[in-house]
Design a protein. Structure first.
Length: 212
């Protein structure tokens, strides 16, 4: 599925409003999973500076064409066999959750935490974070912080306890970066200390039923 993007001036207006609302301390990572390669120029024209890709194949294709237009992040599940190729394209990985991938990763990373224990989502458990961070740091990975994805909900406030808990864990480990919050709950995430938010629909004007 591809997203039908709003015109560049509309996206630019929404992006600037979001930047003004969140402040300079929060990096807006624009999720481009549903943005076709042909439409990436629209994002560049709108002034967007940081994008996050979910799939290596899409990342490679888009990066080959527009590599210098954005700061590239990887926000999808990181498979160990793809970690070297991902490392070559991005400056930050948001989804480290395995030792096998850590051994092959060559870029800074955020450890993904599955706070709700959802089987459908990747991530280390909250009780495993300290040990996992120590292990991957010993492997040479530059761990900058943590990330999480709360259970899907229509109520942004329902995400707050998960964001707050992630911030507490990060603080206990001396980690400063928190990647949390998507289009429907990024404001709550920012209130709870997010340094990075991952948004798509809020900028593109997608329907509520489109994946975030």
């Amino acid at each position: 599925m591809s997203a039908e993007l709003a015109p560049a001036p509309v996206i630019a207006e929404r992006y600037e409003a979001m930047r003004a609302e969140l402040g300079a301390d929060v990096t807006i990572v624009v999720a481009t999973k549903y943005v076709p390669q042909s439409a990436m120029h629209t994002l560049a024209a709108a002034g967007i500076t940081t994008v996050g890709e979910n799939r290596l194949q899409d990342l490679e294709a888009k990066h080959a064409e527009l590599g210098s237009a954005f700061a590239w992040h990887f926000i999808g599940h990181l498979q160990s066999r793809k970690a070297p190729a991902v490392s070559a394209q991005v400056e930050l990985v948001h989804s480290l959750d395995s030792l096998s991938a850590a051994k092959r990763l060559r870029k800074p990373a955020l450890v993904q935490v599955n706070l709700a224990g959802e089987r459908s989502k990747s991530g280390v458990g909250s009780e495993e974070v300290e040990s996992f961070v120590a292990q991957v740091t010993a492997l040479g990975v530059d761990v900058r912080g943590l990330t999480t994805m709360p259970p899907a909900t229509a109520d942004p406030e329902a995400s707050r306890p998960y964001f707050r808990r992630l911030a507490e864990i990060a603080a206990s480990l001396g980690l400063e970066w928190l990647s949390m919050g998507t289009s429907q709950d990024y404001r709550v995430a920012a209130q709870e200390g997010a340094t990075h938010v991952r948004v798509g629909a809020a900028l593109f004007g997608l329907s509520a039923g489109t994946p975030r």
